[in-house]
Design a protein around this ligand. Structure first.
Ligand code: FAD
Length: 288
């Protein structure tokens, strides 16, 4: 199934993101994650992709195939092109196709000195156009409610997003954000710019101060005062922070759905218990 077909059916799409287990984790930890997520029946599950390194990328393919064929949930494989040439992309797409994975999140990836950049695809839009030309995949792309870190301003970021959609992206998934007003303002800018494809809001529950500060420094998301108060008060109390972080995510989601968003994409951090708690608290909300 192509993900585009999930939208416009009268309920908010709910999807989850997982990442391949780190080398230090047991290989079968992904089964525990997926077993847990299976219970909450997300509309699809996406699998992240390392910026380089064939082992990481092979596991993206294997996990996406597992999601499709063992769990019977539509899978979306992330694919970055910053360190991949046309041949690498063809090989990855052929593998996904052979495994029955029909959806790809086409990304540029972060430029890193660890992976010398290849030049076949300069921006994600180039990869989107290339995959759409093949004709056999649903293609999604990333968007940034507060603007991408490299963008000089929000206007140029939206202009390039529109180019990515015009190149063939059929659905967008947003970077994490903590202030819904940022997302609603972004949505308005996108619609004014003529971007009409479904846009999912990316939500990451705050479970540890260290990991959230790391994410924020990597992606530039801002922390509203409501959240900095939570971190100041509960940061040294893991159980309390977990409760407050889950409550914050549920509050964000319920407000986003009230505001008419078409989809919620939950960054699960491979923690199915948290995902289950959140999904259980919004089960009626998301079917209205
Ligand atoms: P692009 O769309 O190419 O944009 C990158 C920058 O270039 C932006 O500033 C944009 O405005 C600008 N730009 C775009 N087109 C043009 C143009 N034609 N001319 C000039 N400027 C242009 N990273 C991973 O490594 N693995 C993952 O699995 C992964 N998953 C992600 C999932 C989501 C939902 C999101 C939001 C991000 C994810 N990332 C992942 C991070 C992503 O790779 C980085 O944010 C990366 O820096 C940008 O990727 P992009 O696809 O948005 O790039």
């Amino acid at each position: 199934m192509k993900l585009r077909d999930l939208f416009g059916k009268g309920k908010t799409v709910f999807s989850c993101e997982v990442f391949p287990p780190k080398k230090s984790d047991p290989v079968d930890s992904i089964y525990q994650t997926l077993d847990g997520l299976q219970d909450i029946r997300p509309d699809f599950i996406s699998v992240t992709f390392g910026a380089g390194g064939s082992n990481v990328n092979q596991s993206t393919r294997e996990i996406a195939a597992l999601i499709e064929n063992r769990y019977h949930i539509p899978a979306m494989a992330h694919l970055t092109c910053v360190a991949a040439g046309r041949e690498d992309v063809d090989r990855l797409l052929d593998g996904l196709k052979a495994d029955g994975v029909e959806n790809v999140l086409a990304l540029r990836g972060d430029v890193s000195p660890d992976y010398p950049p290849k030049t076949d695809f300069k921006h994600a839009g180039d990869l989107v156009a290339y995959i759409r030309e093949r004709g056999d995949f649903g293609v999604s792309a990333a968007c940034y409610p507060e603007g991408h870190l490299e963008s000089p301003d929000l206007v140029s970021d939206i202009r390039h997003l529109k180019e990515k959609v015009d190149a063939g992206a059929q659905h967008l998934v947003s970077q994490l954000f903590f202030d819904n007003e940022d997302f609603f303002r972004f949505l308005e800018r996108a619609r004014i710019a003529g971007i009409s494809v479904p846009i999912e809001a990316g939500i990451m529950p705050v479970l540890s101060e260290r990991s959230i500060q790391r994410m924020v420094s990597m992606c530039g998301a801002s922390l509203p005062s409501k959240l900095t108060r939570i971190l100041a008060r509960y940061g040294d109390h893991p159980d309390a922070l977990r409760e407050a972080g889950i409550a914050y995510a549920i509050d964000q989601i319920s407000d986003l759905i009230a505001g008419g968003v078409e989809g919620i994409h939950l960054y699960t951090m491979n923690n199915p218990d948290v995902a289950r708690q959140i999904a259980g608290s919004i089960s009626s909300i998301r079917t209205i």
